[in-house]
Design a protein around this ligand. Structure first.
Ligand code: PEP
Ligand code: MN
Length: 350
């Protein structure tokens, strides 16, 4: 349930609503908006009567949120959420955020070369897994803590914000020490214990859609993170399993406008895992931005033929540079801007 305050309601009136919610034994979530404040009631099991609030001073309206997810829904929070990954690096609103880098961190040389290349092309964030969820236990599993240290080195060298995956509860705290944004991979999208854990770590979370997850499933998973008090959630469409084996997955671009309608949370597209094929990545990245994606998460490797994971879908640095140029043109056409590279001026950047 959502208690919408009148325009110009006083802080005492908002406090009155919060007090009543707490007296009834529920949690109150005040949300100051651009026009008015709303107070969410968390955990309504159907026993709370909206009319108790309608007569309180300063209350304009009581909305019963009908979706199975609440805090992730646009009913609950009409304005777009803008997530701040690092100073000046935002996801959502008018920004289009470019997160690029190799599938896995492989060595100091590899990750620093990748970071320099994607920064030079215009990315604001470096991606790269130190803990890798591989389909086979015999495939390269990532460098673990050493990989995180290499990401820290790449950050020192380039100033890029770091996005990297946490695979389990035990590793999440360690990842949070190094990551500006914690990625939850497709395979873990419904690991509810991990979602609760990262909800408590105080870092932005990039939540990827599961291989066979519906959009409702994705938003319910986001709800787990939000319900722990972490409002900094970014969603990511990365393709779903389909009957067709022509591509690795089927990138569901319709999910982008659907999520924007249902939720205030930003959504990125990952055309790398979404297609699995290097020559399909650029067209689908362009299409995703044109469809309204708040950014892209894309695999770029300094030497894709030598990559220890996902080389076939990793762009060469020159291809990524070309893509960024094209995305700037698309962004301008739809009234958006590419998030600037940290430490550079925004003047003159489309
Ligand atoms: C990744 O981003 O490297 C990754 C493993 O992606 P996904 O979880 O979408 O398969
Ligand atoms: Mn990968």
């Amino acid at each position: 349930m959502l208690v919408v305050m009148e325009h110009g309601a006083t802080s005492e009136q908002v406090a009155g609503v919060v007090r009543l919610i707490e007296e009834l034994g529920y949690q109150a979530r005040p949300m100051p908006g651009s026009q008015r404040t709303a107070v969410g009631l968390v955990g309504n099991d159907g026993r709370v009567e909206g009319s108790r609030f309608e007569t309180l001073p300063g209350v304009a309206q009581v909305i019963h949120v009908t979706k199975p997810y609440k805090q992730a829904s646009r009913e609950w929070h009409p304005d777009n959420t803008v997530v701040t990954i690092a100073p000046g690096v935002h996801v959502g609103g008018d920004d289009i955020t470019l997160i690029a880098g190799p599938c896995s961190v492989e060595s100091e040389e590899q990750i620093v070369a990748a970071a320099r290349a994607v920064r030079a092309a215009g990315a604001s964030c470096l991606r790269g897994g130190a803990f890798k969820p591989r389909s086979s236990p015999y495939s390269f599993q990532g460098l673990g803590k050493r990989g995180l240290e290499m990401l820290a080195l790449a950050k020192r060298e380039t100033g890029l914000a770091i996005v990297t995956e946490a695979m389990d509860d035990e590793g999440a705290e360690l990842v949070a020490e190094y990551a500006d944004c914690i990625q939850i991979g497709a395979r873990n999208m419904q690991n509810y214990s991990l979602l609760r854990t990262v909800g408590r770590l105080g870092r932005p979370v990039l939540l990827k859609r599961g291989l066979a997850a519906t959009i409702t499933d994705l938003l319910l998973s986001a709800e787990y993170v939000l319900s722990e008090g972490n409002a900094q959630v970014i969603l990511c469409e990365r393709g779903v399993r389909s009957f067709d084996t022509a591509a690795r997955n089927m990138l569901d671009l319709t999910a982008i406008p659907i999520v924007h309608k249902l939720s205030h949370l930003p959504i990125l597209a990952d055309p790398s895992h979404g297609t699995g094929l290097r020559d399909k990545v650029i067209p689908m990245a362009r299409a995703a931005v044109a469809a309204g994606a708040d950014g892209i998460l894309v695999e770029v490797h300094p030497n894709p033929e030598r990559a220890l994971s996902d080389g076939a879908q990793s762009l060469f640095p020159e291809q990524f540079a070309q893509l960024v140029g094209e995305l700037r043109t698309i962004a301008t056409a739809i009234g958006r801007t590419i998030t600037p590279v940290p430490g550079t001026s925004t003047a003159g950047v489309a």
